[in-house]
Design a binder for this molecule. Structure first.
Ligand code: FES
Ligand SMILES: [Fe+2]
Length: 397
């Protein structure tokens, strides 16, 4: 029988505000300012063809392009003359020319030409198109959208540093290119080892986890000031033990080990992660994912060959996946309504790190993971799979 405590009356219709401090991404908001102290992937290098690429990142409209001399620019989308979007502009040798009245901008936002103005006019030197620093790394274009005097070095990752290896950069898999929800609930998913058992293991998951993920694991969590890792242990049939370590970084990076590990082969399946990904806020209620994966000969890659998956509603109900689980938490998950449990320790830790990182910039300090010394530019990734043979014990980390 439904009693007063269970009744939805007075409870279900009232949805408290979202946790704006951790979820909102606009300029001037606490998280928006934290996010603007890091580099974010904004598109793939392969997106920059002979046409400009329209982007929305951190609730700002942008256009990325590669000029004919090879330089990459990230400009505010709306021309500073009268607002036409530069996505309709023409790429030239040293810049991007607005389609409307032909003002030409370079990657520093300098106006190089105003065909409608008198030859001697100094006006072009007085206007500036908003711009952001851009750098490429392994097939992704990164932009820094924060204060220039605080600009850190672009992080590199040790698992992506072999210049002889092949790399694949791609947008997110297993869901549409833009997820219709807040970035944080997507990002927290990779600190949530339980869902791999329940969502992926108990369903016929699209995401290609091996059957071993359907064995109930034990898990633990470790953290520094800039990352949370879960350490997920499964006793595999036959006596092997599988230890899987997956990591999320402050603010948006993640490093997930290969999902197709079976736990049967200590030799070939013990390996470090080969992929780094990011959830990039488009605005408060939309998010896009980017990844860089190292392609090792003979090893499976994450990216399904046919790219994005589209599914009808009934199928999503029968076989729900990450997209259904996370987008349906509401456009912005309401922390005030949650009942966090022991399996959410990683989520709790990560939210604490974000709060501490916001505190740090509010005190005028650099947030965790800010790299200024080139000697620190390469991040050593803690993620991987380890298969321990029956009878052996795990080495003490
Ligand atoms: S609106 Fe861009 S040149 Fe006039
Ligand atoms: Fe998942």
């Amino acid at each position: 029988m439904i009693d007063d405590q269970g009744s939805g009356y007075g409870r279900n219709a009232i949805v408290p505000e979202e946790n704006t401090r951790l979820t909102h991404v606009g300029a001037g908001t606490p998280m928006g300012e934290l996010l603007r102290r890091y580099w974010h992937p904004v598109c793939m290098s392969s997106d920059l063809s002979d046409l400009p690429k329209y982007l929305k990142i951190l609730d700002e409209e942008l256009v990325a392009y590669r000029d004919k001399s090879g330089k990459v620019g990230v400009l505010g989308a709306h021309c500073c003359h009268r607002g036409t979007s530069l996505e309709y502009g023409r790429i030239e040798e040293n810049g991007l020319r607005c389609c409307y009245h032909g003002w030409l901008y370079n990657e520093e936002g300098k106006c190089l030409d105003q065909p409608g103005e008198p030859d001697a006019s100094p006006y072009k030197n007085e206007v500036r198109q908003p711009c952001y620093p851009a750098e490429e790394y392994r097939g992704l274009v990164f932009a820094y959208m924060g204060p220039l005097d605080k600009k850190p070095l672009l992080p590199h990752f040790d698992i992506l540093e072999d210049d002889d290896a092949e790399y694949l950069a791609y947008r997110n898999y297993s869901r549409g290119a833009v997820s219709e929800c807040n970035w944080l609930q997507l990002h927290e998913n990779a600190a949530d080892p339980m869902h791999i058992f329940s969502l992926h293991g108990m369903n016929d998951s699209l995401f290609d986890f091996a059957d071993v993920m359907g064995i109930k694991p034990t898990f633990d969590f470790v953290h520094s000031d800039r990352h949370v890792s879960y350490v997920r242990t499964t006793d595999v049939e036959g006596g092997n033990r599988l230890i899987r370590t997956s990591t999320i970084f402050v603010p948006t990076g993640k490093c997930i080990p290969p999902p197709d590990v079976t736990g049967t082969d200590p030799e070939s399946e013990t390996e470090r992660a080969r992929m780094v990904g990011w959830w990039v806020p488009v605005d408060n209620e939309h998010t896009i994912g980017y990844h860089i994966e190292r392609i090792d000969p003979g090893k499976r890659i994450f990216q399904p060959p046919d790219g994005e998956v589209t599914r009808d509603y009934e199928e999503t109900q029968r076989v729900p996946d990450d997209w259904e689980a996370q987008v349906s938490q509401r456009p912005i998950a309401r922390h005030a309504l949650e009942h966090l449990a022991t399996s959410d320790r990683g989520v709790v830790m990560f939210r604490r790190l974000l709060n501490e990182a916001i505190d740090a910039i509010e005190r005028g300090e650099d947030p965790p993971g800010t790299i200024r010394d080139p000697a620190d530019q390469i991040i050593v990734v803690p993620s991987g799979n380890e298969v321990i043979a029956a009878g052996e014990t795990a080495p003490v980390a």
